[in-house]
Design a protein around this ligand. Structure first.
Ligand SMILES: NC(=O)c1ccc[n+]([C@@H]2O[C@H](COP(=O)([O-])OP(=O)(O)OC[C@H]3O[C@@H](n4cnc5c(N)ncnc54)[C@H](OP(=O)(O)O)[C@@H]3O)[C@@H](O)[C@H]2O)c1
Length: 344
């Protein structure tokens, strides 16, 4: 290993972070995890990526969430993370819980997308090289593939664990029935699904929607002994003060294709301003309240935040201090978002 450039804070586990048990497993995850979808690519300042990863670890954020194609460019967030491992975090590998995924577009041709065994296994081999890791802690099938037999995708996960490339497996964005099939298949092979990763925030209530058997994605994860981890808990930055007074030039909405300006309708702005006022009454910033709101549910194990600065992570960490809501606060939040909530 090259000379480490960083010594973590000796107080990293006394900084106020809480750890929640992930379903019926031996794993505890921090209530706040850090995602590398944006801001860790080769278009981003490398020094800032290092700074954010160091700060996160110093505050007890031990879970870093990646996927093969995070960047841009594809693969570059894993490469950045690989540099962070090599130069600073490698001595702390056993304190870290690192994920990767495959399921979306990654390389050209028929084998670089969706859910085949061929794609999942070769993609994870590439991810491990980019991240300078021998294994990931959890590997996910990133989305349900309606064309590939689900048994093929899931058996690839089982074999990935048996080969030592991953310690645990998870599913992301699976619809209800496919999720139940996956929970059963994996359990029968003694490789239980550790986590369901789904989008869940004040504006997007997909995981609260019932499937054919009347259960929600959240309830199904719990019933099957899996944890639930929320991605985009800030609705990509909408649920913060970022857009309350215009669209900042350096924001995701101004610079990336993933968050369209079209979502910022007058109705949405009004809802965000009302949420901001409710947050202020709780003594929180809107971003803090949005994370506290997801964490109020004990079926949620962790929220995966994105961040473009250390200051944002610092604000977001304060969410764990107050995850209780009064009945009146919850009703005021529902009233504020009436008409703008999405339930996929
Ligand atoms: N499984 C999946 O399919 C899937 C899909 C999407 C994401 N994910 C995972 O979830 C992670 C998080 O997703 P996300 O980045 O959309 O999460 P998010 O937390 O909803 O949004 C992050 C963005 O919000 C803004 N922000 C964060 N904290 C802020 C604060 N305190 N004040 C003001 N603005 C703040 C920043 O935007 P600016 O950049 O504008 O500053 C930041 O980039 C990803 O990195 C990835 O690991 C998984």
């Amino acid at each position: 290993m090259t000379n480490p450039i960083y010594s973590p804070s000796p107080e990293r586990y006394d900084s106020g972070m809480n750890y929640r048990r992930c379903g019926r497993s031996g794993i505890l995850l921090p209530e706040i995890s850090l995602g590398l979808w944006h801001n860790f690519g080769d278009i981003d300042p490398l020094a800032r990526s290092f700074e954010m990863a160091h700060y996160a670890f110093d505050q007890g954020i031990v879970h870093f969430d990646l996927a093969n194609n995070y960047g841009p460019s594809y693969g570059s967030a894993e490469e950045t993370f690989g540099q962070i491992m090599k130069k600073s975090l490698a001595p702390y590998r056993d304190e870290l819980f690192i994920s990767s995924k495959a399921g979306y577009d990654m390389w050209p041709g028929p084998y670089g997308n969706w859910g085949s065994r061929k794609y999942l296994i070769s993609s994870l081999d590439q991810s491990l090289k980019r991240m300078n890791l021998d294994y990931v802690d959890i590997f996910y099938t990133h989305r349900f593939d309606p064309e590939t037999p689900l048994e093929e995708t899931l058996q690839a996960l089982v074999d990935i664990v048996r080969s030592g490339r991953a310690l645990y497996v998870g599913i992301s964005r699976y619809p209800h029935e496919a999720a139940q099939f996956a929970y059963d298949y994996l359990k029968e092979r003694d490789v239980p699904c550790l986590l369901y990763q789904g989008k869940y925030n004040i504006l997007d209530r997909g995981p609260e929607k019932s499937g054919a058997d009347g259960r929600t994605i959240l309830q199904m994860a719990k019933d099957n002994g899996a944890g639930f981890i929320s991605f985009s808990p800030l609705a990509q930055g909408l649920l913060t003060d970022r857009y309350l007074n215009g669209i900042p030039a350096d924001s995701r909405m101004a610079t990336k294709p993933n968050l369209s300006r079209e979502v910022l309708t007058p109705q949405m702005l009004e809802a965000l301003r009302r949420l901001d006022a409710i947050a202020a009454q709780r003594g929180q910033k809107l971003a803090e309240m949005a994370l506290s709101w997801v964490l109020k549910d004990d079926m949620v194990t962790s929220v995966i935040i994105g961040a473009s600065s250390v200051a944002q992570i610092e604000t977001n960490l304060r969410a764990v201090k107050n995850t209780r809501f009064s009945v009146e606060e919850l009703a005021a939040i529902e009233d504020a978002v009436k008409g703008v909530v999405i339930t996929l």
